[in-house]
Design a protein around this ligand. Structure first.
Ligand code: SF4
Ligand code: F3S
Length: 112
């Protein structure tokens, strides 16, 4: 089992999650984060920290499709361990439908 980040993170990137992860397994894209499924220890402490409800266990319906996505990009993007300001339009984009098609970027974030 692992936790994953889904498309609700896109365009928000609140980063509250990275502060609480005991194993630093969040990786940063230009406008979202992902979790490395092989590094996550399934502690669950990040799930309630996300204001966008973007973090779920892979046992939730629909989450299994996101596991390989999280693995793929966690191997391409830099680790992020320190909280930073959310993206400028985070509150506007929180809860918006169809964010993957509209905004997903494969570009890496800056990491830390
Ligand atoms: Fe990190 Fe725990 Fe969240 Fe996994 S479930 S990403 S180990 S805080
Ligand atoms: Fe994204 Fe939520 Fe973390 S919006 S950056 S998964 S706190």
């Amino acid at each position: 089992m692992t936790y994953i980040v889904n498309d609700k993170c896109i365009g928000c990137k609140y980063t509250d999650c990275v502060e609480v992860c005991p194993v630093d397994c969040f990786y940063e894209g230009e406008n979202m984060l992902v979790i490395h499924p092989d590094e996550c220890i399934d502690c669950g402490v990040c799930e309630p920290e996300c204001p966008a409800d973007a973090i779920v266990p892979d046992t939730e319906p629909g989450a299994e499709d996101w596991v390989e996505f999280n693995r793929k990009y966690s191997e391409l993007w830099p680790v992020l361990t320190t909280r930073r300001d959310p993206l400028p339009a985070a509150d506007e984009k929180d809860g918006e439908e169809g964010k993957f098609e509209k905004y997903f970027s494969e570009k890496p974030g800056e990491g830390d």
